[in-house]
Design a protein around this ligand. Structure first.
Ligand SMILES: NC(=O)c1ccc[n+]([C@@H]2O[C@H](COP(=O)([O-])OP(=O)(O)OC[C@H]3O[C@@H](n4cnc5c(N)ncnc54)[C@H](O)[C@@H]3O)[C@@H](O)[C@H]2O)c1
Length: 441
């Protein structure tokens, strides 16, 4: 099929590359001229495992193109995927300005039947807004009889595993009120579910829009639940690792998203849960569980920072240096949006603590937010030189089996704050460290 992807970020690039990999003809459009220039030159503006190979191969085989020319992308395609960002607005709701701007551009460009696909995460009712904006623009051009359809096709990929998630989705959600469009989408996605037999779920547009928010809010709630219990474990002397194993082996609960840590972050969970709350508030209905999930998450980041600050309470904090391992919101990405590491670092800096940070992929993005208030190290061990403590905030694999003797020799005082529970407490203590984790008593 001929496909136009509008917005070449984490979702747009993966969607474009994976659809091209299945043999579709894909044009990716973005308003960011620098990004498109990079992509045209064969460079990838984000870090996502496997993405570079996929883009290179499909560009070489002339199934994947990049442009800033909306008209070119849209006019050559049957399906136009909207993959632009929907960040948080000042009142917590989703800022739809990019989605609606793209809708206007589509209305200004199309000259024949198109299917417009909302892949961005958007509040219920947005597809109707997109439809009416396109219809208004067509009216203004005297093309009111030109037909088009709107589909909601929310995306569930996880950064760091995005290619695999896209190529083998656990389910595909198609929101449409049109049987013919549903068939086109079943055809488009059938190669992706051929071996897994996972379902393509067709539903009405509003249900599809809500399913994405419902999924994220539920997963975020699981994370906040285990984090809340981890604090209780610290107070009771219980071990959250045992508790989560005991809970997670119950098939009704399941083991995933039950890892205690410094709170959830990223470009989705925090903003999506707040957008869902905002949607519901406008209708006079409080989402009590979602509100608690969001509050608990804020508290969790403060809890980690407080653990660190409490340890040095008798010292002059201006002389305390903390090495931070991990700046991204999760491993295997360069994305630092709403990363707990950034909030924790901000609290520490506010109290005068000096930070030496290392992250395998996230330093450039973190620099844009933290600037020169932090010293950035070239590798994980360089961050430790002269440090009074090590805070592990993101569970990159390379932090999981570190050389404890080397760490000991580099640090000024051997203290580790392991906010992901990735190290073995007995082993770390046996190497002479004072060791704190989350919820392990
Ligand atoms: N990142 C994820 O893991 C993920 C997963 C599922 C869903 N989502 C949702 O997908 C959407 C996109 O997320 P993302 O992380 O890919 O965002 P992103 O910020 O990485 O990328 C958005 C892209 O859209 C471009 N853009 C913005 N306005 C534009 C316009 N008017 N015309 C053309 N291009 C424009 C930007 O230049 C940027 O390249 C969001 O709604 C997000 O919530 C994200």
């Amino acid at each position: 099929m001929r496909i136009c992807i509008i917005g070449t970020g984490y979702v747009g690039l993966v969607t474009g590359a994976c659809l091209a990999e299945m043999g579709n003809d894909v044009i990716c459009v973005d308003q960011d001229t620098d990004k498109i220039a990079l992509l045209k030159a064969g460079q990838i503006p984000i870090y996502e495992p496997g993405l570079k190979d996929l883009i290179e191969r499909n560009s070489e085989q002339k199934r994947l193109f990049f442009t800033t020319d909306f008209k070119e992308g849209i006019s050559k395609s049957l399906l136009c995927f909207i993959c632009v960002g929907t960040p948080e607005d000042s009142d917590g709701s989703a800022d739809l300005s990019s989605v609606l701007a793209v809708a206007s551009q589509i209305g200004d460009c199309i000259n024949e039947y198109k299917i417009i696909v909302d892949k961005s995460t958007v509040p219920v009712g947005t597809a109707e807004d997109v439809r009416s904006i396109i219809a208004q623009r067509l009216d203004a051009r005297g093309l009111e009889s030109l037909e088009f359809d709107i589909v909601s096709n929310p995306e569930f990929l996880k950064e760091g595993n995005a290619i695999q998630d896209y190529m083998r989705p656990e389910r595909v959600i198609i929101g449409t009120d049109n049987v013919r469009t549903a068939e086109i989408f079943k055809e488009l996605y059938s190669p992706f579910i051929r071996t897994s037999n996972n379902p393509i779920l067709v539903m009405n547009i509003r249900s599809a829009e809500l399913t994405k928010y419902a999924s994220n809010a539920f997963l975020a709630t699981k994370v906040s639940f285990i984090n809340e219990l981890a604090i209780l474990c610290d107070k009771l002397g219980a071990d959250i690792e045992h508790v989560r194993e005991g809970m997670g082996t119950d098939s009704r609960i399941g083991p995933r998203f039950l890892l205690a840590g410094p709170g959830f972050g990223g470009s989705c969970f925090p903003k999506d849960i707040r957008a869902l709350i905002a949607t519901s508030n406008k209708l006079g209905h409080n989402l009590e569980i979602c509100e608690a999930t969001s509050r608990v998450n804020q508290r969790q980041k403060r809890y980690v920072a407080k653990k660190i600050l409490d340890y040095y309470k008798d010292e002059n904090l201006r002389e305390v240096v903390i090495a931070v391992w991990g700046l991204t919101f999760k491993p295997k990405t360069d994305d630092v949006r709403e990363s707990p590491a950034l909030d924790i670092i901000e609290i520490l800096i506010e109290h005068g603590v000096k930070i030496r940070a290392f992250d395998p992929q996230g330093i450039n993005n973190a620099k844009r937010i933290l600037g020169d208030r932090v010293i950035y190290a070239e590798d994980s061990y360089a961050a430790l030189e002269g440090a009074n403590g090590l805070a592990i905030i993101t569970e990159w694999n390379l932090f999981k089996s570190p050389d404890l003797n080397r760490i000991y020799s580099l640090m000024k005082t051997p203290v580790i704050f392991d906010s992901r529970n990735i190290l073995n407490p007995e082993e770390v203590r046996a190497h002479g460290f004072t060791y704190f984790s989350i919820g392990r008593g």
